[in-house]
Design a protein around this ligand. Structure first.
Ligand SMILES: [Zn+2]
Length: 339
């Protein structure tokens, strides 16, 4: 069923082999990172349509990422950006605290924090949803760059995947397998001539995420908008924050067209990077997703952490940061390849 040509067995095992072939410069510790200063933005919630102000704030080492709903009485509600806090994965990833206080649509912000290697931050927000901005992670990358980043005294830790973990749902699949750095491969398959079947690889470095993935916007079909709004979703959606495919299926409605030829699969990869950062630390693993989405990505983390023999915590050093982007560039497959 998953006949992409990149079978599990033929996936590059490049990391460890690469190390062995290289000269070995001094290994140095990687430190945790946070923002140098607080920074704010205001925008619209994609699904709620609410006008929301969000402030990214520095946090102490070993804090992790937290949302703080400052509009909730009594000092605000703290909600960890953690896979176990996820309560809704219907067209977004939503986290909830024990009292049921929610923050929706966190995935693009989480992807930016993962891409910028931010370990510790408190995100103040005065409403139920992260602003969608332009529908990509680029505005959040820009915010982090404007605030600046500082290294902290504590070493950076990662979750090292020790064995293959797979979840499937019909023709959808999400998988983690051992790897010496974090790399991501996502494949999508739409019966639409503008999308078709697309496949994208990324080995995670700050620069690769920013240049190859961060600008990819969320997307939707024109004919689905009314149904989404009737279901209480996409109330804030517009051509300013999503790529919209015309009802005839053959045209991008946005005047400016696409930012990347395969923007659709790059956005799905962006979503996966954000969802997987809810592990609570960067992963040392290769992720493969086939037609995956927020729900399956969350189930994958739940399955990983349910098996104590499938992962361990390690301290990162400069070797993980030196692995180059050796995986094939993303490619667009012909629509005729649709099964
Ligand atoms: Zn998305």
């Amino acid at each position: 069923m998953f006949d992409s040509g990149a079978s599990f067995e033929t996936l590059p095992t490049t990391g460890s082999e690469f190390f062995e072939r290289q000269s070995s410069p001094a290994v140095t510790a990687v430190r945790q990172r946070t923002l140098k200063s607080a920074i704010s933005c205001t925008g619209t919630g994609l699904h709620s349509g609410a006008r929301i102000t969000m402030t990214l704030r520095p946090a102490e080492p070993d804090t992790g990422i937290f949302f703080r709903r400052i509009d909730i009485a009594g000092g605000g509600a703290l909600i960890p950006a953690h896979w176990a806090s996820v309560s809704d994965t219907r067209l977004n990833t939503c986290v909830t605290d024990a009292a049921g206080i929610k923050v929706h649509t966190i995935e693009h912000l989480m992807a930016a924090l993962a891409g910028m290697s931010i370990d510790n931050a408190v995100i103040d927000i005065n409403g139920p949803e992260v602003p969608v901005m332009d529908g990509s992670a680029a505005p959040f990358v820009f915010l982090v760059e404007c605030a600046g980043v500082v290294e902290q005294a504590a070493p950076r830790r990662a979750i090292k995947v020790l064995k293959r973990v797979v979840v499937e749902e019909g023709d959808k699949l999400a998988m983690l397998m051992p790897a010496p750095c974090f790399s991501v491969n996502v494949e999508i398959d739409f019966a639409n001539p503008l999308i078709g079947r697309q496949d994208c690889w990324l080995t995670m470095t700050g620069q690769s995420f920013k240049s190859e993935i961060s600008r990819a916007r969320t997307f939707g079909f024109e004919h689905e908008v009314a149904a989404l709004r009737a279901a209480g979703l996409a109330k804030g959606g517009s051509l300013d924050n999503a790529v919209v495919i015309a009802s005839d299926g053959n045209r991008i409605v946005n005047d400016e067209g696409l930012r990347y030829e395969d923007e659709f699969v790059r956005h799905k990869l962006l979503d996966a990077v954000g969802d997987l950062y809810l592990a609570g630390a960067p992963l040392l693993a290769h992720f493969r997703g086939v037609r995956t989405g927020h729900g399956l990505n969350n189930r994958l983390l739940a399955t990983l952490f349910a098996d104590r023999s499938a992962w361990t915590t390690v301290t990162l050093d400069s070797r993980q940061a030196r692995i180059p982007a050796v995986f094939p560039p993303s490619r667009r497959l012909p629509a005729a390849a649709i099964a």
